[in-house]
Design a protein around this ligand. Structure first.
Ligand code: HQG
Length: 179
């Protein structure tokens, strides 16, 4: 694994899920000072420096991370299981969004809808190609079509992360079109 991918995985772990593994604390909006992160990472055996970090942020295939306006802090754009307030404002979604999953989950999804599980939100994709890629992480992808227009008119909220992932707390089964 090259250093960019390895560092990206490390950042996903500490900025989304387990900051305590390197002894850092994220602020309420998920930010941590870059200098603090580098220092903390060093003491846990990661070779992280400012240049590598910026390359990971800028070259990341999904723009998973963001640097603050003052250039001093970093956070994950989405995917958190730790409780953070990303400060996203509700947005009107497109008429339909997509969710890539795999066949073994379908019975549960038919009963419970899409659950956010460990994460803060259910993740939805704006196009089927992206949903295919998300589903493929777990096997042969199955694409669910979500009637987001109906969800929205029924009062459910949607947020768009800074890297283009649609987020919502729960998708009840009645809004899901199964293949
Ligand atoms: C499934 C990656 C049983 C759901 C991706 C999914 C995405 C249920 C899995 C982002 C269920 C959760 C998120 C239910 C949902 N019963 N299974 N009721 N409801 N599921 O990883 O959407 O590379 O938490 O279909 O590209 O797969 O990390 O969510 O298969 O954007 O940046 O439970 O993660 O981005 O898995 O992926 P996840 P996800 P990054």
């Amino acid at each position: 694994m090259d250093s960019i991918v390895r560092t990206s995985k490390f950042l996903s772990l500490v900025l989304r899920h387990k900051p305590e593994t390197v002894g850092i604390v994220l602020d309420d909006a998920g930010w941590v000072k870059i200098s603090e992160l580098i220092e903390a990472s060093r003491s846990s055996g990661q070779t992280l420096d400012h240049d590598l970090l910026l390359r990971v942020v800028h070259e990341n295939d999904k723009q998973r991370f963001a640097i603050s306006a003052d250039g001093e802090s970093i956070r994950a754009n989405q995917g958190h299981s730790v409780k953070v307030d990303l400060g996203l404002t509700p947005q009107v979604p497109p008429e339909k969004l997509y969710h890539g999953t795999v066949a073994k989950f379908l019975t549960n999804i038919q009963e419970q809808g899409l659950l956010r599980a460990e994460r803060q939100y259910v993740h939805l994709s704006a196009d089927t190609q992206t949903a295919q890629r998300v589903g493929m992480r777990r096997g042969k992808p199955v694409i669910l079509v979500i009637d987001t227009q109906k969800m929205s008119s029924d009062g459910m909220s949607f947020f768009l992360s800074n890297n283009g992932v649609w987020l919502t707390p729960h998708v009840p089964a009645m809004y899901i079109v199964f293949p």
